[in-house]
Design a binder for this molecule. Structure first.
Ligand SMILES: Nc1ncnc2c1ncn2[C@@H]1O[C@H](COP(=O)(O)OP(=O)(O)O)[C@@H](O)[C@H]1O
Ligand SMILES: [Mg+2]
Length: 379
């Protein structure tokens, strides 16, 4: 900063009733090598008016007729302008100096020690600029985090829409053709008298049946049709499948009453359970899993606990692991959040979604009704 002080013009607002003292200040600024533009004012109204202009610093006398340096400092603070304020007085006592610094003054000087004015001014201006830069950087960081969240949430939503579109294409194109092929093969089998042809057709039918099953499985992974029967049924189904595949005991507790959920919530809950169970089979070495779905105080909770080895902070920070990070973003798309707690006796992951405050959430485009997966189950 001192290096730039010669080229730069410093705009200094001087609150001072004595013209002589003002000239003394101007002389000290010049002697200190500061290229300063100053204006003297001595009333509250002139001070308030001048605050609309861009000043590098305010230097204020402590005692002014009908006005005071400390009042000026309060007015400056109330105006929310980040302008450094230096208090100057002939007879400033320790108590007043402490009070001024507490109230946010950048510095205070005795009129008899004005040699310190230029270094004090440069220091105060520098500190204010650093503060402003930090506030700007903090604001930019918050805005950038917000954009990143929105992007991540948008990606989650886009992925679901893309999956739904692929599932629909498999249903319409592949599913339709396979069904037609099945009918044709069955017709050939019925109308053929050659045992060789019939046996060949049977084998082709088995292949087609296998292809139908595969496309159903792929469609289900892309967009779980079971969700059309409700979240409870879908969780029940996923728990059963997990138990069968992994051999890990999986208990599930569901609400007795059927739940009325907003359109996007069941899929978010389903994907959360899916990722949690995949993690358990991949990482936890658990022998027991508990899934709880409940609604209390207007908040839907889905809790998945295991008695496995637990998750460490290092695990969660893995550069290439996006499962749990994705769950946080997914939860936010419906105004919810994820809590993960873990210890040596296992891990608990909880999705919470308040059901009555949809406005707080990032609202993705509504799903296209023509993607209704209920019609895909019967390829
Ligand atoms: N239930 C669990 N039990 C033990 N460790 C887990 C569990 N869930 C996640 N982890 C750990 O946390 C890490 C991050 O999980 P995740 O974000 O889903 O990414 P990924 O499964 O692709 O590694 C995993 O690699 C694993 O080390
Ligand atoms: Mg995972």
């Amino acid at each position: 900063m001192p290096g730039t002080s010669r080229e730069r013009v410093f705009r200094v607002l001087h609150l001072e009733d004595s013209e002589l003292d003002h000239e003394l200040l101007v002389a000290h600024l010049a002697r200190g090598g500061l290229n300063a533009q100053t204006r003297r004012i001595d009333s509250e109204s002139a001070f308030l008016e001048a605050l609309d202009e861009p000043w590098d610093a305010v230097v204020s006398d402590y005692n002014l007729p009908g006005f005071s340096g400390l009042v000026a400092l309060e007015l400056l603070k109330a105006s929310m302008r980040e302008i450094p304020f230096i208090l100057v007085s002939g007879e400033i006592g320790d108590d007043t100096a402490v009070e001024a610094m507490r109230s946010g003054a950048s510095d205070y000087l005795q009129k008899s020690h004005l040699a310190r004015l230029v270094p004090a001014l440069l220091h105060a201006v520098d500190a204010a600029e650093t503060r402003r830069a930090r506030v700007r950087a903090d604001r930019d960081l918050v805005a950038s985090k917000q954009r990143l969240h929105e992007l991540a949430q948008h990606l989650q939503t886009s992925v679901e829409q893309e999956r739904a579109a692929i599932a629909r294409e498999i249903h319409d194109d592949v599913g339709g053709s396979l069904t037609a092929l099945k009918f044709d093969l069955a017709w050939i089998a019925r109308h053929s008298s050659s045992p060789q042809i019939v046996s060949r057709v049977q084998s082709a039918l088995e292949t087609v049946t296998h292809a139908v099953e595969s496309s159903q499985r792929i469609m289900h992974n892309l967009r779980p049709a079971i969700l059309e029967q409700g979240l409870a049924a879908a969780l029940h189904w996923i728990a059963l499948r997990f138990e069968r595949r992994s051999g890990v005991e999986c208990q599930i507790r569901l609400p007795k009453q059927p739940l009325e959920l907003p359109p996007l919530v069941p899929l978010v809950a389903y994907r959360t359970a899916q990722e949690a169970l995949t993690n358990i089979s991949k990482h936890a070495q658990a022998t027991r899993v508990q899934i709880d779905l409940s609604l209390a105080g207007g908040v839907l909770s889905l809790e998945i606990s295991d008695n496995g080895c637990g998750v460490s902070q290092d695990d969660l920070a893995k550069a290439r692991s996006f499962g749990i990070r994705g769950l946080h973003e997914r939860a936010k798309t419906v105004g919810g959040w994820i809590d993960l707690s873990s210890g040596p006796h296992g891990t608990t992951l909880i999705l919470s979604v308040p059901l009555d405050v949809p406005d707080s959430a990032y609202v993705p485009e509504p799903p296209d009704k023509s993607y209704d997966p209920s019609q895909w189950a019967d390829v």
